[in-house]
Design a protein around this ligand. Structure first.
Ligand SMILES: *[C@@H]1O[C@H](CO)[C@@H](O)[C@H](O)[C@H]1NC(C)=O
Ligand SMILES: *[C@@H]1O[C@H](CO)[C@@H](O)[C@H](O)[C@H]1NC(C)=O
Ligand SMILES: *[C@@H]1O[C@H](CO)[C@@H](O)[C@H](O)[C@H]1NC(C)=O
Ligand SMILES: *[C@@H]1O[C@H](CO)[C@@H](O)[C@H](O)[C@H]1NC(C)=O
Ligand SMILES: *[C@@H]1O[C@H](CO)[C@@H](O)[C@H](O)[C@H]1NC(C)=O
Ligand SMILES: *[C@@H]1O[C@H](CO)[C@@H](O)[C@H](O)[C@H]1NC(C)=O
Ligand SMILES: *[C@@H]1O[C@H](CO)[C@@H](O)[C@H](O)[C@H]1NC(C)=O
Ligand SMILES: *[C@@H]1O[C@H](CO)[C@@H](O)[C@H](O)[C@H]1NC(C)=O
Ligand SMILES: *[C@@H]1O[C@H](CO)[C@@H](O)[C@H](O)[C@H]1NC(C)=O
Length: 540
């Protein structure tokens, strides 16, 4: 085996330069493909623990008597939820733990077709990975451990009786089956949307992801959905190192020293102590014997519902909570992400700004050669690893990073202040709608023969007087984000588009606002929850 590999490497190396021609010293030989194009190395993959195999035929206690609807999916099983008057779906109230679903209510504008004579000429997607197991250091795992250790010492009753036979069966970090399907489906959908943008001379595009296993696999499943199983003929996957201290715009917090979730987490706990009061005493009342059940355990039980559902297909934990308590759970993560990486976070803009700068560079067809933000300029300073004329740009990232990217773009429509006492139902920041598993932001450039009327219902006058114009169109989870709502340069438009020049001008401002150096490395004083509102440290 090893011998064969060496021969292969030798053969490959003979295609690269072997000497520099001016001295006898052998220079760097390209003996193998560069590490960042090698999807087999497995380095910086993070923890990769597999869980137990699902057995839904056995574990699904549905169908419940009197319910005849059978969902066309193994997930989102029938679970009777108290107080669910309108037959709503709790699996769409799980915030960043929701399996993918398109934004159900949009972001403030209707969708409009591309007018005749206009063309979508460019797209930049950043997609989250698919549904996964809990993270290795996740609090849900600690609850699992605690319950495993307490086995036999307590007795659970009523709706909690399942706990007497329950086992923790989840792995860690890597994709679960539905997570793979989500990315395959997304790749398929994106092919329908943007397949035309793949170069018709058949040259390969560069797609980027990080070295983490779920990130690599998400990209691979997506590309399989987009191109088919032969996707390696159509795309080269570039893997950027995801590890503390490395520059990676798809994991921007890794190079931001002051990234911190403490304020966000404490705020979440404070909100939990409001919305979970009833649930907590209900659950405590179902336990006898030696098990100290805390409020955080009640909270983490909700997360277990989410994780067991995507990993195993069914979870007993889900039915323990009322519909209102699921709305509370969703809101707890709105609070957490808004304060961790959104406009309520002092590093929200800074965390996402490097990625924004890269997209602006792609839009303007230039490289990035001078280090700035968390950009790895070794990869952005040449067109082999950072093509500047690709019409189809596909990147993969994480939930918190994509929220930070939305913040860095200055989309202040999502800058709600979120109280810890009640749920503002009119809020814009609903994490379930912004970043479910496999959530994705598609940024399009649309080229039009003349300016497009901002009044899109005026069908007699689709085009105004003027010359060829380009527009930027943000599509988040299949719905338009109206740029004029947040960026004044863009103006009010029915279709939410923004003229390209105006968009670039607005973004120049955002690059400054992120205040990257100060936000990530400055010695500003942390302040309490609710005191930050613009995604950067408060002025001194
Ligand atoms: C193929 O087309 C792409 C995009 O149109 C272009 O950038 C690239 O240079 C072309 N490659 C070749 C080998 O012609
Ligand atoms: C991928 O590349 C192969 C080989 O060039 C080509 O035959 C195929 O059509 C491409 N796939 C798509 C979806 O364009
Ligand atoms: C930049 O990327 C290259 C290629 O993967 C890697 O060798 C280098 O360590 C990275 N540098 C930083 C600062 O992340
Ligand atoms: C979060 O809460 C813990 C426990 O009450 C406390 O020790 C810690 O100082 C708090 N952290 C912040 C940043 O508020
Ligand atoms: C990584 O980012 C830092 C901060 O901008 C910069 O000083 C450093 O040169 C960057 N490294 C690379 C390889 O771009
Ligand atoms: C890109 O950066 C690498 C490492 O920082 C450097 O060796 C190389 O010369 C640079 N290439 C260009 C084209 O600037
Ligand atoms: C929601 O309603 C409150 C109270 O009327 C108001 O202050 C706030 O601006 C509204 N938020 C949004 C996003 O409309
Ligand atoms: C848009 O155009 C339609 C059709 O001409 C008209 O009825 C409507 O009042 C216009 N809307 C605005 C906001 O001007
Ligand atoms: C990062 O923060 C730690 C303390 O939290 C500090 O010791 C270190 O010097 C900081 N690094 C940089 C580059 O600012």
């Amino acid at each position: 085996m090893l011998w064969a590999l060496q021969v292969l490497l030798h053969l490959l190396s003979s295609f690269g330069p072997s000497t520099d021609g001016t001295s006898n010293t052998p220079t760097h030989t390209s003996s193998k493909i560069p590490d960042y194009f090698d999807t087999t190395l497995g380095w910086f993959a993070g923890p990769t623990q597999t869980g137990e195999a699902p057995y839904l035929a056995q574990t699904n206690v549905a169908p419940f008597a009197g319910v005849s609807y059978i969902p066309n999916a193994p997930l989102e099983t029938q679970v009777p939820i108290a107080g669910n008057a309108h037959n709503q779906n709790i699996f769409q109230r799980l915030a960043n733990l929701s399996p993918y679903f398109p934004s159900p209510r949009g972001f403030g504008v209707e969708e409009y077709p591309v007018p005749p004579g206009s063309h979508v000429q460019w797209v930049n997607m950043v997609s989250r990975h698919g549904s996964r197991y809990p993270e290795m250091n996740g609090r849900e795992r600690k609850l699992g451990q605690k319950l495993t250790e307490a086995k036999g010492k307590f007795k659970a009753h009523g709706a909690l009786a399942f706990l007497n036979d329950w086992r923790f069966m989840l792995g860690a970090e890597i994709l679960v089956p539905i997570g793979k399907q989500e990315l395959f489906n997304s790749g398929t959908l994106h092919y329908y949307q943007y397949g035309h943008l793949y170069p018709n001379n058949g040259s390969k595009i560069i797609a980027r992801t990080t070295t983490q296993k779920r990130m690599r696999e998400s990209a691979e499943y997506f590309l399989a959905g987009f191109f088919g199983l032969g996707w390696t003929q159509n795309a080269t996957l570039e893997m950027v190192i995801e590890e503390d201290g490395f520059n990676n715009t798809m994991a921007g917090y890794k190079a931001c020293n002051r990234s911190n979730w403490d304020v966000a987490y404490n705020a979440t706990v404070e909100w939990a102590s409001v919305y979970l009061v009833d649930a907590h005493s209900r659950i405590k009342g179902m336990i006898s014997g030696d098990l100290e059940w805390t409020l955080e355990d009640t909270y983490n039980s909700q997360a277990l519902c989410a994780y067991e559902t995507v990993a195993l297909g069914f979870s007993h934990w889900c039915g323990l909570f009322t519909y209102e308590e699921w709305e509370g759970f969703e809101y707890s993560l709105d609070i957490g992400f808004s304060a961790g990486v959104g406009f309520q976070s002092p590093v929200g803009r800074a965390t996402g700004i490097g990625y924004v700068a890269e997209v602006l560079a792609r839009m303007q067809h230039h490289l990035i050669t001078t280090p700035e933000f968390q950009i790895n300029t070794t990869l952005t300073n040449n067109t082999i690893t950072f093509p500047t004329h690709q019409a189809l740009n596909l990147d993969f990232s994480h939930d918190s990073n994509i929220i930070a990217i939305l913040t860095a773009y200055g989309l202040t429509q999502f800058a709600d202040s979120l109280p810890l006492t009640h749920i503002p139902t009119n809020r814009s920041f609903i994490l379930s709608h912004l970043e479910p598993f496999a959530g994705r932001l598609d940024i399009e450039i649309i080229s039009t023969p003349a300016p497009v009327n901002s009044n899109r219902t005026d069908l007699e006058n689709i085009y105004l007087e003027g010359k060829e114009t380009k527009y930027v169109h943000f599509v988040l989870n299949q719905r338009t984000v109206p740029l004029g709502r947040s960026l004044e340069e863009c103006g009010e438009r029915d279709d939410g588009w923004c003229e390209l020049g105006m968009f670039l001008r607005a973004q120049e401002r955002q690059l400054q606002l992120a205040d990257w150096e100060y936000a990530c490395f400055g010695d500003w004083e942390p302040s309490g929850y609710g005191s930050v509102g613009d995604g950067r440290p408060n002025p001194k």
